[in-house]
Design a protein around this ligand. Structure first.
Ligand code: ZN
Length: 262
């Protein structure tokens, strides 16, 4: 798999050069536990990588400055510089898809903590709740991820559907869909309430597949979060602007910074 990434980067560099635009640096965003500063992938379960010195491999192949980022943090960086968070210094980027991740931007900078920060999908929102793949239980992503929403609906209605279909049924007033959706919103409000209390973001940017449901999700989420908070700063909750390109653009921003550009 690493060999394929090296080949792909070489191809893209050749393509750029053929197009009259020689690249000055390379940025790659990787899912998993990533030590950005060291350019090292500690663990990427999806890719089957462990302790991979990806920056060194790429530097050897390309002889260019290399920046390695984490996919979600890179996406959060892009949203904070180029997308919905352009004017904010403290924000949370929250992609909701098969799982739930978080990229924390604190005082204008992505916060990584050695690659371990931002795992808001594994905040416990339900004591003695559903078991989670992380080894814990009651985690946010077991209630509010697209996979969890689809699974909860299927378990109650006896019919396999996607989260997008559940959303359509919420809009149509299907009571099972409305109940499942309400539980997801409440779970998100519990987790964001904890985040708002500790980190006080000005803005929460919801991304990932579930953001496609737009105000159907965001409007009740704003209400549920406001109802939970008392003295804390209530963050604005908006939809991500960059879609699937956020990670790519974030990797490019990291490469640009690594190459010494302003
Ligand atoms: Zn978990």
């Amino acid at each position: 798999m690493a060999a394929r990434v090296l080949d792909l980067v070489t191809e893209l560099l050749d393509e750029a050069e053929a197009g009259g635009c020689a690249a000055g640096a390379v940025g790659v965003a990787v899912p998993g536990i990533v030590e950005e500063a060291a350019g090292r992938v500690v663990l990427s379960a999806n890719l089957g990588w462990r302790d991979l010195d990806l920056a060194a491999l790429l530097a050897e192949r390309t002889e260019l400055p290399i920046a390695i980022g984490h996919d979600v943090r890179a996406g959060g960086l892009a949203e904070s510089v180029l997308g919905a968070g352009r004017h904010c210094r403290d924000l949370l980027f929250l992609p909701i898809g098969t799982g739930i991740a978080g990229a924390m931007i604190l005082d204008g900078r992505p916060y990584a903590a050695g690659g371990y920060a931002g795992e808001i999908g594994h905040l416990r929102v339900e004591p003695d709740g559903r078991p989670c793949r992380c080894g814990g239980g009651g985690c946010l992503e077991r209630y509010a991820s697209a996979a969890a929403i689809a699974g909860a609906y299927a378990a109650r209605a006896g019919e396999p559907v996607t989260a997008a279909e559940v959303a359509a049924r919420v809009a149509a007033g299907d009571p099972v869909a409305v109940a499942v959706w309400g539980e997801a919103v409440e779970a998100l409000a519990v987790a964001l309430g904890a985040y708002a209390t500790v980190c006080a973001p000005e803005l929460v940017i919801v991304g990932g597949g579930l953001a496609g449901s737009g105000e159907l999700l965001l409007e009740p989420l704003r209400a549920a979060l406001s109802a939970r908070l008392t003295f804390q700063r209530v963050p604005r909750i908006v939809r991500a602007e960059l879609g699937d390109r956020a990670g790519l653009l974030g990797a490019a921003l990291l490469a640009r910074a690594g190459a010494g550009a302003p």
